[in-house]
Write a protein that binds this ligand. Structure first.
Ligand code: DHB
Ligand code: FE
Length: 288
C-alpha cells in the first residue's frame, strides 16, 4: 500500500527559482532565504519519496482563464516546464505517475469531490519552484515522479479554507488506499502574505503569517474557520494561496512532527516560508 511519509509547505515565488537558475543564491539579498532552507533540504535528501503530490496553482500560464477548475488532478505521463514569457526555466521536465493519478481521481470522485482531470499540462513556477526548493540540483531528472493537484486561488470565488482542509483529508485517504507500495510526499505551495497589485501592493503581515505557521501543525481547524475574504484581508490578494497549505495539512495525520521551518521577508514582494513535517515513525532530525 502507499504511505505518506512527509509534507512540505513552501512559497513558490518565481524569483526564488530565478535566483537558483542564475547562480545568485549566495548574494546578500538571497543568502538568508537559502540558508533557512538548508536543514530541510538535507533532511529531504535523506527521505526521497517515489512520488510527490504537489498541490499548486497555475497562474493562467497553462490553463488560461477561459476555464478555471476549482480542483483538478493531472493525469499525464509527463509535464513540460511552462514558458511564462521569457523561456522555460532550465530545469528538467516533470515525470508523472499516471496510475496513482487515475486512482486519486476515482477515489476523490467516489468521496464526493467532483474534481476535473487535466491530461495535458505545462507546469509553471507554482510547481517548479517548490521542486527546486526541495531539490536545488536535480541534474537531468527530478528525484521523484509528481502528481499535480491544481487549486484555483487566482479567480474569485476560490474554494473555502474549510473545503480545502476537507479536500486534503480525502486526498490523504485516496493516497493511502493506492494498492502499490509507494512512498509519497505531499507539497502545499504558495504564500505567505503577499499582494502583487492594487492599493495594498507589497503587503506583508508577519503577525498573521507566524500565527498561520504555528496553527498549521496542531490546529488547522482555526485556519479552516477563516473566510476567503479573511485570507485576502489578512494575507493579501495572493496570500490566499495559503489555502493550498491546508490541503497538504489535511492529507497528513494528526501526529505529525515539525522537522524544520523558516520565515523570511522579503523574497520579491512576499513573505516566504518553508515548513517541513514528518509523519509518525519517520525518523531523522535536521542538522543543528
Ligand atoms: C510573485 C509571487 C507569486 O506568488 C507569484 O505567483 C508571482 C509573483 C512575486 O512576489 O513576484
Ligand atoms: Fe503565486
Amino acid at each position: 500500500m502507499a504511505d505518506i511519509t512527509w509534507g512540505l509547505a513552501t512559497s513558490h515565488v518565481p524569483s526564488i527559482g530565478a535566483a537558483m537558475d542564475h547562480g545568485k543564491t549566495a548574494d546578500d539579498y538571497w543568502k538568508p532565504l537559502f540558508d533557512g532552507y538548508a536543514p530541510a533540504r538535507e533532511w529531504m535528501a535523506g527521505h526521497t519519496p517515489d512520488v510527490a503530490v504537489v498541490i499548486y496553482n497555475d497562474h493562467a500560464n497553462s490553463l488560461g482563464l477561459d476555464m478555471v477548475p476549482t480542483f483538478a488532478v493531472g493525469t499525464a505521463e509527463s509535464y513540460d516546464v511552462a514558458d511564462e514569457g521569457w523561456g522555460p526555466r532550465p530545469v528538467p521536465s516533470v515525470q508523472g505517475a499516471p496510475e496513482l493519478s487515475e486512482h486519486l481521481v476515482r477515489e476523490l470522485l467516489d468521496d464526493h469531490f467532483d474534481i476535473a482531470t487535466v491530461h495535458r499540462l505545462d507546469v509553471d513556477h507554482g510547481l517548479t519552484v517548490p521542486l527546486s526548493v526541495y531539490n536545488p540540483e536535480p541534474g537531468d531528472s527530478w528525484p521523484c515522479a509528481v502528481v499535480p493537484v491544481l487549486t484555483n486561488v487566482i479567480q474569485y470565488p476560490q474554494p473555502t479554507a474549510a473545503r480545502c482542509l476537507e479536500f486534503g483529508r480525502a486526498l490523504g485517504r485516496a493516497i493511502r488506499s493506492f494498492p502499490q507500495d509507494t512512498n509519497v510526499a505531499v507539497f502545499g505551495t504558495g504564500g505567505m502574505s503577499h499582494q502583487l497589485a492594487g492599493a495594498r501592493a507589497g503587503l506583508i503581515n508577519e503577525e498573521f503569517d507566524r500565527w498561520f505557521l504555528e496553527k498549521i501543525q496542531h490546529d488547522p481547524a482555526a485556519l479552516a474557520a477563516l473566510t476567503r475574504e479573511d485570507y485576502v484581508r489578512h494575507a493579501g490578494t495572493e496570500g490566499i494561496e495559503l489555502i493550498m497549505w491546508l490541503i497538504m495539512r489535511g492529507a497528513l495525520s494528526d501526529g505529525i512532527r515539525r522537522v524544520h521551518d523558516t520565515y523570511h521577508v522579503p523574497a520579491s514582494n512576499t513573505a516566504a516560508a518553508l515548513a517541513l513535517f514528518a509523519e509518525p515513525g519517520v525518523d531523522g532530525e535536521v542538522p543543528s
